[in-house]
Ligand binder design. Sequence first.
Ligand SMILES: [Zn+2]
Length: 235
Amino acid sequence: MTVTADVAATISALRREVCALHAELTRYRLVVWTAGNVSARVPGHELLVIKPSGVSYDELTPENMVVCDLDGRVVEGLHAPSSDTEAQAYVYRELPHVGGVVHTHSTYATAWAARGEPVPCVLTMCADEFGGEIPVGPFAVIGDDSIGRGIVDTLRDSRSPAVLMRNHGVFTIGPTPRAAVKAAVMCEDVARTTHISRQLGAPLPIEQEHVDALHDRYQNVYGQRPAGADQGRQP
Ligand SMILES: [Zn+2]
């Protein structure tokens, strides 16, 4: 498969966007060393753009992002793609509404994943962003499509854009790569606050009707706001 001129401009823009979004992972301290990654679907094409494998965050450039097909094969790029490419390609194949995928081992969320325990919905921001608890996916090893299958099986019928893959870390999805990054940031924040609350006592659950109302309101408000104005809350 070759990249034709009509998609070259789209890919060029996505290379810049995906590269820039990696700075959010370090800014919010969601990753260490070369772990973690962001990818984007190339809309209208069976392609994705993803971080190269083993390149430090300081050395990421739009040019060293890697373009792969949705079987994880490199189409354009000088580096090998992230070792999570197969898992993310599986997600794009199975969930057509997904435009971006993020993976981190962020500390608090991954601590919940290590116990195989979902993060309960005890904060309004959890209801807003995740529509309920943040679910746990199965234990899976790199090397086949079991990580991708675990992500898809857990998130397909969930309102949550985040899954805690057991003993591993966080995968988030979104309609755009930026939305998936936001979900990864929020996931860590919710996991951290809920953990701290637990140290002080038993967090109080939020009634289901309130969870539903918060989620509906937040998702609708979000959808009506102009692009780029997604940081923060309605008064
Ligand atoms: Zn990982």
